[in-house]
Design a protein around this ligand. Structure first.
Ligand code: ATR
Length: 280
């Protein structure tokens, strides 16, 4: 919670961190709402994470976001975490409490759902089978979100099947784990396809996935947003599917962070989206 006499301070801890678009995002909100505060990139090595998090109260930080590779380790450090964060096994946000203790939350699932709602008005989690490719940290938030949105069937596919299985075991819900070589045929009858792997991100090869079996009515979401249109999204768009990249997931997860850090509502505006897109 912010104090009237206090500079509003937050940041993102990562290693590396300078690629993060979060400072631009949050500093847009300070400017737009005419608030005295700032949001800084904090380059924190994994072995320094605990000390860095524990320093937040003394430095007057309201809290911070966490990015690669800190999301899992930070969950083990904070004093409190909500049930969803515990189930997902990672936190994306830390809030400093008045007594100096730290609360961790995972806002990635929220960003994922709001991104879909914004891109596909009327989107519902129970509209039909969802196919999720990938079983890393991002995938855990995506699958948890889909379970909470009432998904009736989630087909989960990962190159390393065992990782998908442990995700399914941890989250429960209507998750069916399929083999990597079943990924093409698994798209049959799907209402939603999500790429939650790093494939297609700048510097990585495209996701090796044939869309032939995917209904043209299906929505396709890539959690990658650099480039703005991954080869997967391009292929999906060209065959008539509705598509969205992962930028909105980043933008929307900032809203609950502001609620818990500063007790304020902030908006994801077109201007904000354009500002961040211009940096991609
Ligand atoms: P994040 O936290 O961003 O999800 P991660 O935990 O490293 O990152 O997960 C990366 C995901 O991309 C995993 O699902 C990974 O598959 P594995 O579990 O088999 O490693 C997937 N991935 C990475 N490289 C891949 C490749 N060449 N082909 C297919 N999937 C790949």
């Amino acid at each position: 919670m912010s104090h009237p006499d206090r500079f509003m301070l937050a940041g993102v801890m990562g290693w590396p961190v300078m690629h993060s678009r979060s400072p631009r995002l949050h500093n847009y909100w300070f400017e737009r709402y005419g608030l005295a505060g700032t949001y800084v990139p904090l380059a924190i090595k994994p072995e320094g994470l605990e000390k860095a998090l524990r320093a937040l109260p003394a430095l007057g930080f309201a809290g911070c976001n966490l990015t690669i590779p800190h999301k899992e380790q930070a969950l083990r450090i904070v004093d409190h975490a909500d049930d969803r964060a515990k189930r997902i096994g990672a936190i994306s946000c830390v809030t400093v409490n008045p007594d100096g203790s730290l609360t961790g939350t995972n806002n990635d699932w929220y960003g994922f759902v709001e991104n879909l709602r914004e891109a596909f008005p009327g989107w519902r989690g129970d509209a039909g089978p969802a196919v999720v490719i990938g079983a890393g940290g991002a995938s855990r938030a995506v699958v948890d979100a889909l379970i909470h949105e009432g998904a009736t069937e989630i087909r989960l596919i990962n190159r390393t099947r065992a990782r998908a299985q442990s995700l399914a075991d941890a989250l429960g819900g209507p998750v069916t784990v399929l083999d990597w070589d079943q990924r093409h045929s698994a798209l049959e009858g799907a209402a939603l396809l999500v790429n939650a792997t790093s494939q297609g991100m700048v510097g990585n090869p495209p996701l090796d996935l044939s869309l032939n079996a995917l209904p043209r009515t299906a929505a396709v979401c890539d959690i990658v947003y650099i480039p703005g249109e991954t080869p997967l999204l391009k292929a999906a768009r060209e065959r008539g599917n509705r598509t969205v990249n992962g930028l909105g997931m980043l933008l929307h997860q900032g809203r609950p962070a502001w609620r818990s850090w500063f007790d304020r509502e902030v908006e994801v505006t077109r201007e904000l989206r354009a500002l961040i897109e211009a940096t991609i």
